[in-house]
Design a protein around this ligand. Structure first.
Ligand code: 9YT
Length: 138
């Protein structure tokens, strides 16, 4: 069994910051669960463009509020504590945080933990991360 506390992740290499968010990686690929799970803060007043072409992601809001817009239709959904959105079509989307939003994010396939968003708002596939790590070591 894996037992881990958020307080142990904060300040460790499992805490990763993007421009508009800070993600505390509760479970990663190495944990061999078949998914990764993150406790992510989306900072107040920010707008984040994302399109996870290589992953499916479900996002459950547990604090704060904002909106998510589906790029293909323009549809805007309010997001607040108790609302989940799932990017089942790898949907390109825009997240606007009116207040700091705390999100529980699940990724399939799991993130390795080293990914950062590329220019399109995606994370590279795990094979690319593995290849980059291998090259860095040679
Ligand atoms: C909600 C969302 O997708 N935010 C971007 C960060 C990402 N979820 C992560 O790595 O935790």
């Amino acid at each position: 069994m894996i037992v881990r506390k958020l307080s142990d992740i904060i300040g460790s290499d499992r805490e990763v910051a993007g421009e508009t968010w800070t993600s505390r990686r509760l479970l990663l690929r190495d944990d061999a669960m078949g998914f990764s799970m993150h406790d992510t803060l989306i900072h107040a007043g920010t707008t984040t463009h994302m399109e996870y072409r290589n992953h499916l992601e479900a996002v459950y809001c547990i604090e704060g509020k904002g909106t998510v817009q589906v790029a293909s239709t323009g549809e805007v959904f309010p997001i607040a504590a108790g609302t989940i959105y799932a990017l089942d079509q790898h949907d390109k989307h825009v997240l606007v945080a009116e207040e700091t939003m705390r999100m529980v994010c699940v990724f399939n396939p799991p993130l390795t933990g080293k990914e950062t968003h590329d220019a399109t708002g995606a994370y590279p596939p795990a094979e690319e991360m593995d290849a980059a790590e291998k090259n860095a070591g040679t």
